[in-house]
Design a protein around this ligand. Structure first.
Ligand code: AR6
Ligand code: MG
Length: 308
């Protein structure tokens, strides 16, 4: 693949995470109906519990992973990543209860909520790992497990991150201009790593919903819009696949699902940005994004790590 195209896709995956996060932030917790009643399309960056253009914990944690990967030349060092998480931690970003407990060393990831967390926190931050390992699926699989276990030890939390990471990796490897991506092939490839029934079933449902052109309520009923990884990662994959050629449409679709809007949009933005490249992201959105140059620079540094 042309190196400048690949670089744009790397930047697209990280900036796409932050953009989805920031554009979804004002609507977090609202139902699909409430989002529809509140927002006007096309979506613009808006104030919410944070000023407009601000990202939340999703991006702050992704930044920590990117920083650690750069320092350690692409290797996943769990203690080092945890240290980056702790140093970057800014409570106002809206962290999940379980993740706060781990970062404050008040809980152990393996025993959190009894069996470890199955929140979507491991999946939402995973894009930097996909950048480093997108071309070696077996290494990607292992790297994601290590990175997830720091806070999310439940098998469903880890597998959610696996599916999200592989979706980003496939998007990075696919070239939009030569042939359009086949949604069935995309889902079947992800199906290859799914072991848990809930994910296998929801991946099948994605294919059915794509054929039926499922409306928002049907997608919420079938795939979910909550903070659990199994109620949000499949919805992000669907939001991407049902709006393949438009970053804006994919992320808007994700936000309009309601509930965990920032995180579902962040995960959708990561996949769409990885597929379409940073040029496909509306410039009005990027202009408004907090720390955009810093986030772009992290993606560029991971790109250089891969190309040297
Ligand atoms: N059993 C019961 N409930 C659980 C379990 C479990 N094993 N695991 C998770 N939950 P958490 P996150 C519930 O706290 O994944 C932020 O806004 C439990 O209610 O680990 O880091 C992020 O941006 C728990 O509090 O957080 C995301 O949008 C909740 O799931 C979102 O929160 C989330 O798990 C999740 O972040
Ligand atoms: Mg969040």
């Amino acid at each position: 693949m042309n190196q400048s195209v690949l670089k744009s896709k790397f930047i697209g995956a990280l900036i796409g995470t932050a953009i989805g996060d920031a554009i979804g932030m004002p609507y977090e917790g609202l139902t699909h109906q409430e989002v529809n009643a509140t927002c006007t399309l096309p979506l613009e960056m808006q104030d919410g519990r944070l000023p407009k253009g601000s990202y939340t914990d999703d991006t702050e944690l992704a930044i920590g992973i990117a920083e650690s990967l750069i320092t350690n030349k692409g290797l996943v060092d769990k203690n080092h990543i945890l240290q980056r998480f702790i140093e970057n931690f800014d409570r106002k970003r809206g962290y999940g209860f379980g993740t706060i407990s781990i970062l404050q060393k008040k809980a152990n990831a393996k025993t959190l909520f009894g069996t470890g967390s199955y929140g979507n926190g491991a999946a939402m931050r995973i894009a930097p790992i996909s950048l480093v390992y997108y071309d070696t699926p077996t290494n990607l699989y292992e790297a994601v497990a290590k990175c997830s276990e720091i806070t999310h030890a439940h098998v469903l939390g880890i597998e959610g991150a696996q599916i999200q990471a592989h979706a980003i990796a496939i998007a990075l490897r696919s070239i939009q201009s030569t042939h359009s991506l086949d949604a069935t092939e995309f889902v079947n490839e992800i199906m290859g790593i799914a072991k848990q029934d809930v994910y296998k079933q929801k991946l099948h449902k994605i294919l059915n919903l794509l054929n039926e052109k499922g409306d928002h309520q049907l997608v919420i009923d079938e795939l979910g819009n909550g903070v659990e990884a199994f109620n949000s990662v499949p919805s992000a994959v669907y939001s991407f696949l049902s709006n393949l050629n438009s970053f804006e449409d994919a992320v808007t679709y994700a936000v309009c699902l309601g509930k965990d809007t920032d995180t579902i949009a962040a995960m959708t933005g990561a996949i769409a940005g990885a597929y379409l490249g940073v040029e496909a992201i509306p410039s009005e959105w990027i202009d408004c994004l907090e720390n955009k140059d810093f986030i772009k620079n992290l993606a560029e540094r991971i790109f250089h790590l891969k190309s040297t």
